[in-house]
Design a protein around this ligand. Structure first.
Ligand code: AMP
Ligand code: MG
Length: 459
């Protein structure tokens, strides 16, 4: 079989996997899952016209000439229902989220008002409103009463006047509808607010709570098993042996899988022995997805591919024209899928990014399966032999107009630190004959929760 291009191999993988069925989870447990149902609004939101500001609800027609002095006839807090219809010259003190009173068509922010000054309170300035001097309760405004009601320093005289005489000066005229959130503005009863395939983010959880979805239908998650192979490997719990290689792949692949919101099972290390390998592979095939690293090459002790085939697997490919990453095997046993990843730690992680991420995300029901790509400027020359798509581990730095990408250092496929430090993978197309410093390059981001519809790079 000839080498497949990265895009062809990705297509083969995505065509071979299907999204799982649905299960129900509590809203509290739904973060990161994918909706398997359409969700509709269960009522109008907001349920009535509400104020968008702390301020005064009033009739905008009363503000033809400002400043205007208005009489406060009601205090409407969030959660209250208004009890009065506003007449000309009247307003209601209103809090954000409180329902608009009848008769009002606008809200003025508290910042655009001020307490009424003493001079404004002459009988002639307020037709129809009893002036403090002539009102029967004229004694109420006395210094003595102020002291009794409000101990010195607690309120300034202006806000005190507002309290005592229920007047406010409005300094701004506005159009009808100002600072009102309209009935049904967020959502209309019965309207589809979330579609199937939506990832449940914190904002989506908020919407689900708004429509009272305490239980959510989500796609079932694939169960993933991870197996390392190689006589030279030493487990994390084993004592350090100078002649052995610590098993990094089980844990790096575990981390990559967990980062997608899955809980993989580590099967351990299988020796390069067909009989032992077969036992491990059989256990691995109890899961939906089996990730095997090492032993997939063509060495005489690379038993993974023949053993998978002996178990009845249909091998869909085992060579991809990429660097690092080749050899990579992909097969199916019934509905179970197996990735035979390269043993070199960087290669297995890069293969995970390019093929396992889209496969797992498709199975999880995500509409977007590929990592986000951005365009960057390479800060140095890059040598490249045409033939394979190359993925270079890079650091990204923000610069005017975009990002600068710089290699994390030596790029050997066993140099896991180069991967550990990287922000992304710069993709060098297969036909490229090398890049000079300053060239544009596509970088696939390695972390983050935002994904995209297609691979986003030219290979
Ligand atoms: P292989 O694909 O089995 O030929 O392995 C290629 C290289 O990757 C060898 O140097 C192995 O020692 C190394 N390797 C294989 N598996 C692992 C692993 N789980 N952790 C770290 N290195 C590994
Ligand atoms: Mg090996």
């Amino acid at each position: 079989m000839e080498h497949l291009s990265v895009a062809t191999a990705q297509r083969v993988v995505l065509e071979s996997v299907a999204t799982f069925g649905a299960e129900q989870v509590k809203l509290e447990q739904s973060l990161g899952r994918v909706l398997a149902e359409e969700v509709r609004a269960n009522r109008d939101q907001p349920p009535y016209d509400i104020s968008a500001m702390d301020g005064y609800a009033l009739r905008s027609a009363d503000l033809a000439n400002v400043p205007a002095t208005m009489q406060i006839v009601e205090d409407i807090k969030a959660g209250d229902m208004p009890s009065r219809t506003l007449a000309a010259g009247q307003c209601a003190r209103i809090m954000t989220g409180a329902p608009m009173p009848q008769g009002a068509d606008a809200v003025i922010r508290v910042e655009d008002t001020e307490a009424v000054s003493a001079e404004a309170l002459s009988p002639s300035s307020l037709p129809g409103i009893p002036s403090p001097q002539s009102s029967p309760a004229s004694g109420r405004g006395s210094e003595r009463e102020k002291q009794l009601l409000f101990p010195a320093g607690e309120r300034d005289a202006a806000s005190l006047r507002e309290d005592l005489f229920n007047l406010v000066q409005i300094n701004l005229s506005v159009k009808p509808g100002n600072d009102i959130r309209r009935l049904g503005e967020n959502m209309r009863n019965g309207e589809v607010v979330l579609s199937s395939g939506t990832e449940i983010t914190p904002g989506v959880i908020g919407v689900l709570a708004t429509v009272k979805c305490a239980q959510v239908q989500v796609y079932r998650r694939p169960r993933v098993a991870i197996l390392s192979t190689g006589n030279e490997l030493e487990g994390l719990d084993e004592p350090v042996d100078p002649n052995k290689i610590p098993d990094a792949n089980s844990y790096a692949l575990m981390g990559q899988t967990q980062a997608l919101g899955l809980e993989p099972v580590l099967l351990g290390i299988a020796c390069d022995d067909p009989v032992e390998l077969e036992q491990y592979l059989r256990r691995g095939l109890e899961y939906d997805v089996l990730l095997v690293s090492g032993g997939t090459s063509v060495g005489v002790h690379d038993y993974v591919r023949p053993t998978i085939e002996a178990l009845g697997a249909q091998m869909l490919f085992w060579r991809v024209a990429m660097k690092p990453g080749h050899p990579l095997a992909f097969g199916k046993v019934g509905e179970k899928i197996i990735f035979g990843l390269p043993g070199n730690p960087v290669s297995s992680m890069v293969c995970f990014e390019e093929f396992v991420v889209p496969a797992l995300r498709r199975m999880m029901g995500h509409a977007r399966t590929y990592r986000r790509t951005i365009e960057a400027r390479m800060t140095h020359n890059v040598k490249h032999q045409p033939g394979r798509t190359e993925f270079i581990r890079v650091l990204l730095a923000k610069e005017p107009g975009g990002y600068a990408a710089t290699s994390t250092g030596a790029q050997g496929s066993g140099m896991l630190l180069s991967m550990a430090m990287a922000d992304g993978l710069a993709v060098i197309p297969a036909d490229c004959t090398g890049l000079t410093a300053g060239s544009a390059v596509t970088v696939q981001l390695l972390d983050g929760t935002v994904f995209q519809d297609d691979a986003g790079f030219r290979e």
